[in-house]
Ligand binder design. Structure first.
Ligand code: SAM
Length: 363
């Protein structure tokens, strides 16, 4: 079947059956929030005898750990097949199974890039007073590659999103409550494990581009779809239970594209690629003994020596250190400050870097 038969359609699907119908290498990102297999046996009551609304759903029940492993292996294998080469997958799990599944994913050759801890600021208390309150879940972000040039990571965007500070792997986000929580007419929760939109927003913003295809094999209450639509991404979803399809009707009309946000989400792929200075020399885009100049007024000069070191006023150092010396500051983007004569033109080093990316790196 063609990928168009799946994209942006609302149909009830079982993912184990239907992932098989998706063509190879056709999806950019997968976010999966599978059944937790919590192995809950008895109902849970608060000290005042009221019943706790927790995950007692049939879809979370498996006969054994082996059963659960077989289930996970089958959908994870299909996910790997349908992801494009630049793929990434995010999977969220609780402590009940995270280490089983981490092991399975590594055996299937998923390369773990980060384990993000979702720290819930308003966790459900431990009503039995028998353990610490569990306040975290783990998201594994994996790619096919260890090499950062080959998967999407919108670093600058996420820094901007995080008040100009690098985002860490601990995400402090509220459990989904109040207006965000989808409810049936009787005010009961529509889905026991609805995830907060903020969580999905960080996942989608950080690792996709506009119009990418995002797939969620376990859709539940449509959180991934809602965020993907807001951020102008295409989506494919699978959800087995009919009752959750009805939630779509509630959510669909309320979701609008977030135009302002979408306008600052895009980061040109070229700007994320790190190019070692020496690669320009090794590939003859600049040469040993070429002279670099600062600004067009040529107020400072440095010569490129063997081993890609620079000589500046009798000091020999790496390009990073020489620039830091000139600037009297450790951090700088020297690509935008050095110029070089090439083919009778004065070129910014960054222009040569862009040329290198076009010629030698597949984006
Ligand atoms: C943990 S919930 C996902 C919650 C969702 N992320 C949200 O924010 O609402 C898992 C969902 O997977 C669905 N599910 C379980 N097995 C499935 C299968 N084989 N195919 C499709 N959906 C399945 C369940 O019905 C449940 O809604």
């Amino acid at each position: 079947m063609k990928i168009d038969n799946f994209v942006n359609k609302i149909i009830q699907w079982d993912c184990i059956e239907n992932l098989k119908k998706i063509p190879d290498k056709s999806v950019d990102l997968i976010f999966a929030d599978p059944p937790y297999n919590m192995q809950l046996k008895n109902e849970l009551y608060r000290p005042n005898n009221s019943k706790v609304d927790w995950v007692f759903d049939n879809w979370d029940k498996f006969d054994s750990f082996e059963d659960y492993d077989t289930f996970c292996i089958s959908w994870l294998k299909e996910c790997k097949r349908i992801l494009k080469d630049s793929w990434a997958i995010w999977v969220i799990w609780s402590y009940h199974n995270i280490f089983r599944v981490w092991n399975i994913m590594q055996n299937l050759w998923f390369w773990v890039l980060n384990d993000i801890t979702w720290y819930k600021t308003n966790p459900m208390p431990n009503f039995l007073w028998t353990r610490f309150t569990n306040a975290t879940e783990t998201l594994l972000w994996c790619s096919k590659w260890e090499d950062y040039k080959k998967y999407t990571f919108n670093h600058k965007l996420m820094k901007k999103y995080n008040w100009d500070r690098q985002m860490t792997s601990v995400w402090q986000i509220w459990l989904c409550i109040w207006n965000e929580r989808i409810k049936w007419e009787d005010w009961k929760k529509a889905h026991s494990t609805q995830k907060p939109e903020e969580l999905l927003k960080r996942v989608i913003l950080s690792t996709t581009k506009k119009w990418d295809i995002v797939l969620d094999p376990f859709f539940g209450s449509w959180t991934t779809w809602a965020v993907a639509k807001k951020l102008w991404r295409n989506f494919i979803w699978f959800e087995r239970e009919e009752k959750y399809i009805k939630i779509a009707q509630k959510r669909i009309d309320s979701i609008k594209h977030e135009i302002e946000e979408a306008s600052w989400v895009e980061e040109p792929k070229e700007s994320q690629i790190k190019v070692p200075f020496e690669d320009l020399v090794k590939n003859n885009l600049i040469k040993e003994w070429d002279v670099l100049y600062t600004k067009k007024r040529y107020d400072k000069k440095a010569k490129i020596l063997k081993n890609w070191l620079l000589e500046y006023e009798k000091t020999v150092w790496s390009i990073h250190k020489i620039w830091a010396l000139i600037q009297e500051s450790p951090s700088c983007n020297w690509w935008k400050f050095w110029y070089v004569f090439k083919d009778n033109k004065v070129l910014l080093l960054d222009e040569i870097r862009q040329k290198y990316i076009k010629q030698f790196i597949t984006i």
